[in-house]
Design a protein around this ligand. Structure first.
Ligand SMILES: Nc1ncnc2c1ncn2[C@@H]1O[C@H](COP(=O)(O)O)[C@@H](OP(=O)(O)O)[C@H]1O
Ligand SMILES: [Mg+2]
Ligand SMILES: [Mg+2]
Ligand SMILES: [Mg+2]
Length: 391
């Protein structure tokens, strides 16, 4: 932790931005913030939006932490696709939607988010909805947001349903996974609150709040004394920063691993075998000459871990028929790219987040540093060809 030192200056500036009530950062009041803070400290492109995203993701992460500590069986449901969703997924989405609309205004607000409120409407969802409404109001009170009205259950339904946008190549759209890695969350393992901003089809900023990720080393034991709780933030052209989720350390720039010898590289992949074909990734690693066993963790925490060099390679090859969604990769993708990494599909195409809620890719998603990418791509293609020959 030696290089991560506390800074009252940065913490003070950060505290002036956002929901603390000291300065209300709606776009209409943005200029007054600039005048107040420091006339020379003009916020460059998307800097203001990144601050909002960081504050919103932190707020939601706190709600998730509260819930994860004592999650009850009745607080988890199964969605139509059999995947789990909890009161914290909905609560996180409602909070972020509410917080961003409060700052940015609701007229032109657009958000592409994973959850919708369908299952909360009607008798069967009422108990869960009441619990979510309590959690959201408690989180707002705990944050000390000034003049915040108490949200009704209808307000919560509306906030969740704001995430139904179709996104696309025109205009600005927030992209949210309120809990990425819900299976990890329910298991008590890794998960991430993942928030990105799409502008004219391009991801321009991304935030990953990873409450259970150690500040150093993805596999650090709790007995090591290394604090837990990371927040990665990236802005186009400005790099990727890592700070502690509790804001007690100065943000630090991170960089992907620069290893260029596969024999010294390691790779990360999904914890859940159902989410990525582990026999294929094993084959790819073998062809490439990677010797280390896979680091398996849930959620886009993988992208964060990779952005700071914990793993040199990321692989995700879903089983046939699965279609990726943009919220599962938008924030993580820019976090890696701004840390100097490359993200693409198995044909070497960059990921295109401008096509709506889905993210269509060839075979899967892969990431590494620019030096390893040519060998990595060739190994993936060789492994896929070998698989075709067998079947
Ligand atoms: N059969 C499947 N194949 C691939 N991905 C799947 C899947 N079922 C669910 N997922 C996605 O995998 C995400 C978790 O990623 P990871 O495998 O890296 O932990 C889930 O995000 P949610 O937990 O937000 O639903 C979900 O979108
Ligand atoms: Mg889900
Ligand atoms: Mg997800
Ligand atoms: Mg999710």
């Amino acid at each position: 932790m030696d290089s991560i030192v506390a800074s009252s200056r940065l913490t003070r500036v950060a505290a002036q931005i956002g929901f603390g009530g000291r300065i209300f950062c709606s776009s209409s009041l943005r200029n007054s913030f600039l005048t107040y803070a420091e006339p020379t400290m003009a916020l460059s492109t998307y800097e203001h939006e990144l601050h909002l995203a960081v504050r919103a993701a932190r707020l939601a992460a706190r709600l998730c932490q509260t819930v994860q500590k004592k999650l009850l069986a009745k607080e988890t449901q199964s969605k139509a696709d059999q995947s789990p969703v909890t009161v914290a997924d909905y609560g996180s989405q409602a909070l972020i939607s509410w917080a961003l609309q409060r700052e940015c205004g609701s007229e032109t607000f657009s958000m592409v988010a994973e959850e919708d409120a369908d299952d909360l409407r009607g008798k069967d969802g009422l108990e869960m909805l009441l619990r979510i409404t309590d959690l959201v109001n408690e989180a707002i009170i705990a944050e000390g947001v000034q003049n915040a009205p108490k949200l009704s259950k209808e307000n919560v339904l509306e906030a969740v349903d704001k995430g139904r946008s179709q996104g696309g190549p025109v205009g600005r759209h927030w992209v949210l996974d309120p809990i990425d890695g819900t299976k990890g969350f329910v298991r008590g393992d890794q998960y991430a609150v993942a928030l990105a901003l799409l502008d004219e089809g391009d991801v321009v900023l991304g935030v990953l709040a990873c409450p259970n990720l150690p500040l150093k080393g993805v596999s650090a034991q709790s007995s090591s004394g290394i604090p837990v709780g990371c927040l990665f933030s990236a802005r186009k052209g400005a790099g990727t920063m890592l700070q502690s989720l509790d804001d007690s350390f100065v943000p630090q720039k991170v960089h992907v691993s620069d290893v260029d010898d596969p024999a010294h590289a390691n790779f990360c992949e999904s914890f859940e075998a159902a989410h990525s074909r582990q026999s294929l990734t094993e084959r790819i690693a073998k062809i490439m000459g990677v010797k280390a066993p896979p680091v398996r963790i849930d959620s886009q925490a993988k992208y964060g871990a990779m952005a700071r060099g914990d793993a040199a390679i990321y692989m995700r090859f879903p089983h046939v028929g699965y279609r990726e969604k943009i919220w599962d990769h938008a924030a993580g993708c820019i976090v890696i790219q701004e840390a100097g990494g490359v993200v693409c599909d198995a044909a070497g195409n960059r990921l295109d987040f401008s096509k709506g809620r889905y993210l269509d890719v060839e075979h899967g998603i892969m990431a590494t540093n620019p030096k390893l990418m040519p060998t990595f791509l060739a190994s993936v293609q060789a492994a896929l060809e070998a698989e075709n020959r067998v079947s």
